[in-house]
Write a protein that binds this ligand. Structure first.
Ligand code: SAM
Length: 217
């Protein structure tokens, strides 16, 4: 998702108390939970877009801290505004945002610091020459291997069968184990607890099947 540049979004992000930029987060390495009022187990969504999923996760699971990660400031600004719109009665103090490229995550999080990683409707990058930009490429799985705790899991949803099959191949050739795999996740019992992302609502609404895998090592 790449919104057109929104005038003033850099200043908005700089001033947003619930958001931290990549450089500041790197300087805080080892103490990233200082951005929350209270330390709790930590779950992150990489490439959160406008943040519908992570916002609803944070409201449902108030004993967990969530960080939504997004590299584009204009997109992140929307996520922050939507969170604030929901906060008229009660603040969502277990949700923070990180403006960073996923490539930098092992410079930001300590070894084993993250309890769970969500990848939702990641950009498919269909051309072979862009395969290393896919958030499920071997290079990215190596980064997640560093920051994810020993028994932590990655949950990945997409409607893009090509990206899903590519990701299954990557997992097969790696030390990661496939704990759950479905090419039509919404038709299964496992989906009852599901929190929908923006893209998931859009694509399932158009009749697309949603694929999901859970991996661990
Ligand atoms: N997760 C949301 C959903 O399911 O509705 C948004 C999906 S959107 C297709 C993918 C998002 O990932 C975009 O907002 C994009 O900017 C972000 N993204 C892609 N590559 C990224 C990277 N390397 N680091 C951080 N964010 C990234």
């Amino acid at each position: 998702m790449r919104l057109r540049h929104i005038k003033g979004c850099e200043d908005f992000i700089t001033d947003a108390k619930e958001c931290i930029r990549e450089d500041k987060a790197i300087a805080l390495k080892g103490n990233i939970q200082d951005i929350f009022e209270e330390k709790r187990p930590l779950q992150i969504e990489i490439g959160m877009g406008k943040g519908q999923f992570i916002r609803n996760m944070a409201m449902r699971y108030q004993n967990i801290n969530f960080i939504g990660i997004e590299k584009y400031e204009s997109v992140l600004m929307k996520a922050i505004q939507r969170k604030r719109n929901l906060e008229t009665e009660k603040s969502i103090d277990n949700l923070r945002f990180l403006c960073a490229d996923a490539k930098k995550l092992s410079e930001i999080f300590e070894v084993g610091e993250v309890d769970k990683i969500f990848l939702n409707f990641s950009d498919p990058w269909p051309k072979d020459r862009h395969a290393n930009r896919r958030l499920t490429s071997p290079d990215f799985l190596n980064i997640y291997d560093i920051i994810l705790k020993k028994d932590g899991v990655i949950e990945f949803k997409t409607d893009n069968v090509g990206l899903f099959e590519y990701s299954l191949e990557v997992v097969k050739d790696s030390k990661w184990k496939l704990d759950f795999c479905s090419f039509d996740f919404h038709s299964e019992k496992e989906s009852e607890e599901n929190i929908m992302t923006e893209y998931e609502e859009k694509f399932s609404g158009q009749g697309n099947k949603i694929c999901k895998m859970i991996i661990s090592r």
